[in-house]
Design a protein around this ligand. Structure first.
Ligand code: ADP
Ligand code: MG
Ligand code: MG
Length: 890
């Protein structure tokens, strides 16, 4: 029989950290912490397999589960010496969800389960503290009603507010036993009214209700949205943890808190966290009371008065610090911890690998390797290459003027600028329309996730460094300022008042998530510096990497950025972008609209010096490195004039009349330009275009070589080749021009001629295309077009249906983002194999969008390509991903 219930605590551990698929992250780590001797309240985990079965059987539990759960409860009773439902000294439990990966959107935890009008008396008597007993009971009814029974918590909060007003107090902690008792009766009346039936009094009914609610929440809308956004499979299921309560609300020697073993924003090696005296669980995150700092150093740094845990509860703090060390040594990674202190005794309630910013991830990986906790190779594998993106983007220019209107907590670093929007749905809509959005909320909750995702940055008025907004923003890599208390937000009017100013929806604000500053208007940004831990890790990564990394770049600025980011050459320089320059476009149009070769040549002559200048600049920056230049590729009609005055301008330049030009433009229109007169087909029909480009390349290369330094290595790339014959014709054209230029200039240099592989026929005929001295000396896989031509999907029109295709699992990921290794990848494998067989040492690279995608890079490593080429900002990502691929393959 399948085991569905796994016990932990009190010296028993039926699970371990490795069982996260079965027990969920929380359950597996509770068992693991117990097994290494840390103080964990006893409990049991219902496995994710039970969740799957629950859905298979129409949201019902198998009968056998009753006995298993009873066994689990008996285990807790035996360890605690208390009995579930005992009116004189009741065992209380928490019911907690826990999927494989931490997942907002899952059911919230229910605490203090097992209380009713009878057992609350027993709890009061046994603890000698009626206030604590009634406080626990009212919390229970409120949480259970909200989370399990689905009642709106507004009415409960209102009743609490009124109770505090009546008594003239501000804090929950100022209410006494009798107040809570009265409130409890009100709460139960609210349930009866809202639900039409009374609040469940039987602890067993309460327990089963809560278990079913956790499993039910797996298929709630919030959870589903989160899974979709994070590529989490729907069939994983969640586990449920039932655990003996420990009480942080038993007076001033009790507390609850959350902590990280290192700073999750900076990665600094210091304990980091918040705690609250005389409080339970969610009070810390909920922002009802302001949490206090864990360490004295953090308190002093923030200039706060309220005692840190280190000062208020020094003994337990000492134990906690020891637990931090034990956990780091055991898990060999930074941990995110939840704990409770009950009357001076420390209890561990959760540990998991802590989420962190990219900056912190780098620092922690490098530090841990230098501390000897992990190896350099592990450090390389610890960093998610895509997360580096956060570091590669600009931060606020320190010299720029900042019109600071508020200051909150630096909850997630980086700078963001955009239009203020006050609700998640509007954020999503406006972001979809291409606007940069800052989501501004009093505080965020899992319902806001889609809006946070759509926003450039997040600003909240309430909440600490471990609030929902802060944690989620750090996970998503969005800059975030939380707890900017001076913000007064009016959701209805869609505006906020801050620093004496009114800011309406749509007004631009800037956030600095590294300082907590909120500014009005747009603040200029500066490029990041790639030194320190980043530099160290990159050196380690480069030592492991086999694949070379180049950049797709066509402007001197992009080339300079790419080189700074460590590019080892240019893998794709598109020449057509240079044609759109306002100074040149008229000449380009004149060339295209010319009636004959003579007309084309005279226009091309005017373009030659400009192209030569472009190439010279690029060759200078990339001196000594290979630069792959693609000859003209797009359909000519893309350059055609549209407006009247554009036609007039071309007419002036060429001497032709507007009417003739219009007729010629109409002739050039194509039904399906993507498959039309483009790529090398242009070079076959209008050889003078490619002649001019080849001349510009070689003249520029010689000019740079003449200046001394390392000569550039031009790689002339012919686009959209389908047959050997096309390549042979164009290669001989290029070689003829090269020889002419070398003769004229009185010197020569090395260069290669190769082709892009972007048509299935080219991949299949790769052997013929590469063969002999007329064949291609290199292949560059143009995977954007190759994906398009292999799948028969236009990449410009794919947007409408790729989403549903991915959702239905037809594609695991968007094939224009991550290489379709099964189909497109198979063509690449075939081409690589046939090409290399025909020409040993054939150079192979990839230059589509995929060159910056870690999964696609891993494929390139497996296929033993020579290099990948990515956009400049992706170069470091590609370097790290290439190192990881080499380590995983090796
Ligand atoms: P989440 O996944 O949202 O963090 P948890 O299941 O960890 O939810 O519960 C949230 C908080 O509830 C915990 O951090 C802890 O403070 C409190 N809590 C959960 N179980 C117990 C327990 N058995 N005793 C005391 N407090 C608990
Ligand atoms: Mg929660
Ligand atoms: Mg938790």
């Amino acid at each position: 029989m399948t085991q569905y219930v796994f016990r932990f605590g009190g010296g028993v551990a039926e699970g371990k950290a490795g069982d996260r698929n079965l027990l969920g992250g929380k359950g597996a780590n509770l068992a693991e912490m117990g097994s290494i001797g840390l103080p964990v309240p006893p409990g049991f985990t219902l496995s994710t397999e039970m969740c799957t079965r629950f859905y298979e059987e129409g949201e019902r539990f198998p009968d056998s589960l009753r006995d298993e759960v009873a066994g689990g409860i008996a285990h807790i009773e035996q360890v605690t010496g208390k009995t579930f439902g005992d009116p004189s000294d009741p065992l209380l439990v928490s019911v907690r969800s826990g999927a494989r990966v931490s997942m907002p959107g899952m059911m919230d935890t229910v605490l203090n389960l097992g209380l009713n009008d009878e057992t609350v008396q027993g709890l009061a008597a046994a603890s000698g503290d009626p206030r604590f007993a009634w406080d626990s009971y009212r919390r229970f009814i409120q949480m259970y009603s909200d989370v399990v029974l689905g009642l709106d918590h507004g009415a409960f909060e209102e009743a609490l507010e009124i109770a505090k007003e009546d008594k003239g107090v501000h804090l929950d902690t100022d209410l006494e036993a009798a107040d809570w008792e009265r409130l409890t009766a009100q709460y139960k009346a609210l349930v009866l009214e809202g639900l039409g039936r009374p609040f469940p009094d039987d602890p067993h009914d309460q327990l089963w209700g809560a278990i079913a609610a956790v499993f039910g929440s797996w298929n709630g809308d919030r959870a589903k949205t989160y899974r979709r956004l994070h590529n989490i499979p729907h069939d994983w299921g969640t586990a449920v943890n039932v655990q003996a309560m420990v009480f942080g609300n038993r007076g001033d020697s009790s507390a609850t808190g959350v902590a990280f073993t290192r700073d999750p924003s900076t990665g600094e090696r210091c304990y980091y966290g918040e705690y609250l005296i005389n409080a339970q669980g969610e009070d810390v995150v909920a922002g009802i009371r302001t949490p206090q700092y864990l360490t004295r150093a953090a308190r002093e740094k923030a200039g706060a008065k309220a005692a840190s845990m280190e000062e208020a509860l020094p003994e337990v703090y000492g134990q906690l610090a020891e637990v931090f060390e034990t956990l780091e040594r055991h898990y060999r990674d930074m941990q995110d911890i939840e704990f409770t202190v009950e009357r001076g005794k420390l209890w561990m309630l959760q540990t998991r690998t802590g989420k962190r910013t990219a900056k912190a991830a780098l620092r922690i990986a490098v530090d841990m390797a230098q501390e000897g906790l992990i190896s350099e190779k592990e450090a390389i594998l610890r960093i998610d290459p895509l997360q580096l993106d956060q570091l590669l983007h600009p931060t606020l220019d320190p010299a720029a003027e900042r019109d600071v209107v508020a200051k909150g907590l630096p909850a997630s670093p980086g700078a963001a600028c955009g239009k203020a929007v006050f609700d998640a749905d509007t954020a999503v809509q406006r972001a979809a329309a291409g606007e940069d959005i800052i989501l501004v909320r009093v505080e965020t909750s899992p319902e806001d996730i889609h809006g946070m995702h759509a926003a450039r940055g997040i600003l909240t008025a309430r909440g600490g460094m471990t609030s929902h907004a802060a944690v989620v923003a750090r996970g998503m890599g969005r800059p975030c300022v939380s707890g900017a208390g001076s913000l007064s937000i009016d959701y209805k009017a869609r505006r906020m008042r801050v620093g004496g100013r009114d800011i309406a929806e749509g007004e631009v604000i800037t956030l600095d998530g590294s300082t907590g500053e909120v500014m009005v208007g747009e603040v200029p940004t500066v490029q990041p510096e790639l030194v320190g831990d980043f530099g160290t890790l990159m050196v380690w990564a480069d030592a492991q990497r086999r694949l070379k990394v180049r950049a797709n770049a066509e402007t001197p600025k992009d080339c300079a950025t790419a080189r700074e980011f460590g590019a080892e050459g240019v893998g794709l320089c598109r020449t057509e972008h240079m044609f759109f320059d306002p100074d040149r476009i008229t000449n380009v149009r004149q060339m295209i609209l010319a009636q004959d070769e003579g007309g084309r040549r005279s226009a091309l002559e005017k373009l030659l010096p400009a192209q030569r200048g472009d190439f010279e600049a690029i060759f200078r920056i990339m001196s000594g490195l290979p630069v792959t230049i693609r000859l003209l590729d797009p359909p000519l009609h893309e350059f055609l004039p549209h407006a009247e005055e554009e036609f007039a301008e071309v007419a002036r330049a060429s001497g032709a009349d507007v009417e003739t030009l219009r007729r010629r433009a109409a002739e050039l229109a194509e039904a399906n330009p993507m498959l039309g007169h483009r790529g090398c087909r242009l070079g076959i029909t209008y050889p003078e275009i490619y002649e001019m480009q080849a001349r510009a390349i070689f003249e520029a290369a010689i000019a740079v070589a003449r200046d001394g330094g390392e000569p550039p290595i031009p790689e002339v790339m012919v686009p959209l080749v389908a047959t050997r014959a096309e390549l042979v014709i164009i290669r001989s054209l290029i070689e003829r021009v090269a020889a002419e230029v070398f003769r004229e200039q009185g010197r020569s240099l090395n260069y290669l001629v190769g082709t892009m592989i972007e048509l299935p026929r080219a991949a299949l005929a790769a052997g013929a295309i590469a063969e002999g001295d007329q064949g291609a000396e290199f292949f560059s896989f143009g995977t954007n077009d190759l994906t398009q031509t292999t799948l028969g999907i236009s990449r410009d029109d794919a947007g409408r249906f790729i989403g549903p295709y991915v959702e239905k699992g037809i594609f695991a990921r968007d094939p224009f983002v991550s290489l379709d290794t099964e189909g497109v990848g198979e063509l690449i494998r075939i081409a690589a194999e046939r090409g290399r067989a025909a020409r040993p040492g054939l150079k192979l690279g990839i230059c589509g969008e995929h060159g910056g995608d870690p999964a696609s890079i891993a494929f390139c490593e497996r296929t033993r390509l020579d290099y990948v080429s990515a956009s400049p900002y992706r170069v470091p990502i590609a370097r790290l991903a290439a190192a990881q691929a080499a380590l995983r393959e090796g």
